[in-house]
Design a protein around this ligand. Structure first.
Ligand SMILES: NC(=O)c1ccc[n+]([C@@H]2O[C@H](COP(=O)([O-])OP(=O)(O)OC[C@H]3O[C@@H](n4cnc5c(N)ncnc54)[C@H](OP(=O)(O)O)[C@@H]3O)[C@@H](O)[C@H]2O)c1
Length: 375
């Protein structure tokens, strides 16, 4: 029935989309046909798919995929929520260093509820909440079937949007605060992109550890409200970029010490401002490039300030030995959420409005909180 509906839908669309549907359906059908001896099949899945790399609003479609086999070690998960992160957009655009083979289903993290389990699965049961850990491709769909090892069981006592978003951004914030220089209570950090989820997590984890934090945001209407919101999370100082057009930015620091560590997810002028705040011998970690502008460093920053420039990429970190502890770190972060020591702004959007959420995530409708799809 679902297969027939996919085929009928496909006939009504463009030829390239028809090919996409055929390929995905074929891929899924092949698994289903092999499954005839098995008693368990997943329900059909509604999925955001793309066949070509390109602008996500042009290349993504929502289609229905047929049921697949739930093999003995598999777990079928009914997805509850999944965010649209900048890296999801970059993967679809084809500008990310690692990207799934097309046709592909979008998304990389999320939370779901176990729907059914294969005969050899003992540690998970229907009704459990799970997240893919490490995160993995294809979370923008209503049902996912993957090996039991992919899934990390979490407590169900949290809002689903936090469980859906805990891995990519909060874990990045935690690692970047711990992995570059040893910070002690009383030290300071500086960051741009402070309104991002990573930025909001850095503010709160730093504050919780007694580390001062200096924050840079884009100029916008209503910037005073944004400043107040970040201060209520624990920001010591919040500056718009234009407020930092002064000869000596450090004169604006008041009692806050000169930052030893800086975080840059924007590039261009916003990265130069982070560098200006850093103390002698300081380090700037670049982990994003939202402005798509390069990082430019003056010669004097190297010679007279001896600054160090580093980079962080969670996907690479996930392949290191330290990542064996990542599930413990995720439980720690979810614990902070439970204790209300970690919170950030999100907007839950019904799956039917996926393309509106995508437009917001693409910045086509101005600045918006993190868009989280609710299935
Ligand atoms: N390297 C890694 O492993 C890793 C891991 C996680 C995240 N990241 C990166 O971290 C960054 C933040 O991710 P997120 O999910 O936390 O972000 P988010 O919550 O989706 O927020 C997006 C942020 O980007 C800013 N922004 C958007 N377009 C911009 C532009 N053209 N110029 C300057 N700033 C712009 C927004 O500022 P406004 O509030 O002013 O709109 C907001 O602060 C992204 O670059 C992401 O790729 C990297």
């Amino acid at each position: 029935m679902a297969l027939r509906s996919v085929a009928l839908q496909a006939q009504n669309r463009t030829s390239s989309f028809f090919i996409l549907t055929q390929r995905l359906v074929h891929r899924v059908q092949t698994q289903s046909v092999r499954a005839f001896s098995s008693a368990i099949l997943s329900p059909p899945s509604k999925a955001v798919v793309y066949e070509l790399h390109g602008s996500p609003d042009a290349v993504t479609r929502v289609i229905e995929l047929p049921p697949v086999e739930v093999k003995e070690n598999d777990v079928c998960v009914k997805m509850l929520a999944a965010p649209i992160n900048p890296s999801d957009i970059n993967r679809i655009e084809g500008v990310y260093p690692v990207r799934p083979q097309v046709p592909a289903v979008g998304g990389y993290e999320g939370v779901g509820e176990v729907h059914s389990v294969g005969s050899a699965v003992k540690d998970l049961s229907p009704g459990d909440w799970v997240i893919p850990s490490p995160p993995s491709f294809g979370t923008w769909q209503s049902y996912i079937v993957k090996d039991q090892n992919v899934w990390h069981k979490i407590n169900k006592d949290l809002p689903m949007e936090y469980a859906a978003t805990v891995t990519v951004n909060p874990l990045t914030a935690l690692r970047m605060l711990d992995d570059y220089i040893s910070l002690n209570s009383g030290d300071a950090i500086v960051q741009n992109g402070a309104t991002s989820i990573v930025g909001q997590c850095i503010i709160q984890i730093a504050r919780y550890r007694g580390i001062h934090n200096v924050n840079i945001i884009r100029d916008r209407a209503g910037s005073d409200e944004v400043k107040e919101r970040l201060k209520s999370l624990g920001a010591d100082e919040v500056f718009t970029e234009s407020k930092l057009e002064v000869k000596n930015v450090k004169s604006l620091l008041g009692n806050t010490p000169e930052p030893a560590l800086g975080f840059n997810c924007v590039g261009g002028n916003a990265a130069s401002l982070v560098l200006k705040f850093l103390r002698q011998g300081g380090t700037m970690v670049t982990y994003g490039g939202m402005s798509k502008k390069p990082v430019t460093v003056s010669t004097s920053s190297f010679i007279f300030k001896d600054l160090s420039l580093r980079g962080f990429w969670l996907q690479k970190w996930m392949t290191t030995d330290k990542a064996k502890e990542s599930r413990i770190m995720i439980d720690y972060l979810l614990g902070l959420v439970r204790e209300e020591k970690l919170k950030y702004e999100m907007e839950l959007v019904p799956f039917d409005s996926f393309h509106v959420a995508l437009d917001k995530a693409l910045g086509k409708l101005g600045s918006h909180p993190k868009q989280v799809i609710k299935f």
